[in-house]
Write a protein that binds this ligand. Structure first.
Ligand code: ADP
Length: 202
């Protein structure tokens, strides 16, 4: 047991060798950039564009998208409140492992309630950058990129956020991006301006 690094088993510890050394190797400060908001607000569109831009700028970033996670690690979860909470908890824990490896993650999850946002904050602490990707429900419903609002209105999807399930406006987001007022390029610029100083190594 003597050669196990201090803090190996603690939540706060590196659970391995030093996160700082890995961050220095990658030349970045790891963060979790959490994009929350209604379906159709623009999380995946902006998350993909942000990942691409960060890679071009020399940062190692990994998109974690709700739709993909729900087909993989969380394929056993449905959309009840308990399952939505468990979805956010698991993703927060996975993101915490990425942080320990020095990698920036971009998490695209609706994250509909303030209790879920608090849970992510409890797990990730100050490494979490909470971004509210905002467009009014009517705008998201008009966009309906996946046809899900139409299905929900026809009663084919129960518990769809904004229709049969609530979405609480975030209380303390670190940044709000208004995708109904600005185009994708301008939203991306706003995101990058906010994030760059927070992922640079001091
Ligand atoms: P979400 O991941 O939040 O469900 P998507 O990114 O899948 O949303 O869909 C958002 C839709 O809105 C896309 O069709 C996108 O082209 C469109 N859109 C229009 N304006 C913007 C904007 N400023 N930012 C992001 N997406 C936008």
């Amino acid at each position: 047991m003597n050669d196990i690094p201090a803090g190996f088993l603690s939540r706060e510890g590196d659970n391995g060798h030093s996160r700082k050394a890995k961050e220095r190797m990658l030349g970045q400060r790891a963060r979790v950039i959490w994009l929350g908001g209604l379906s159709g607000a623009g999380k995946t569109t902006l998350g993909l564009a942000l990942e691409q831009r960060l890679l071009e700028l020399g940062f190692l970033a990994q998109l974690i998208d709700g739709d993909i996670v729900r087909h993989g690690i969380n394929s056993n979860l449905q959309f009840s409140l308990d399952d939505r909470i468990e979805n956010i908890r698991r993703v927060s824990e996975v993101s915490s492992l990425f942080l320990k490896s020095g990698v920036i993650t971009i998490n695209c999850f609706i994250t509909p309630t303030n209790a879920m946002r608090r849970l992510a904050r409890e797990i990730l602490g100050e490494d979490l950058l909470e971004v509210f990707i905002h467009a009014p429900l009517e705008v998201c419903e008009n966009r309906d990129p996946k046809g899900l609002y139409r299905k929900a209105r026809r009663g084919e999807i129960a518990d769809f956020t904004g229709v049969g399930s609530p979405f609480e406006v975030p209380e303390h987001p670190d940044l709000t991006v208004h995708t109904h007022e600005q185009g994708v390029d301008e939203c991306l610029r706003q995101l990058v301006d906010f994030i760059l100083p927070r992922i640079r190594l001091e």
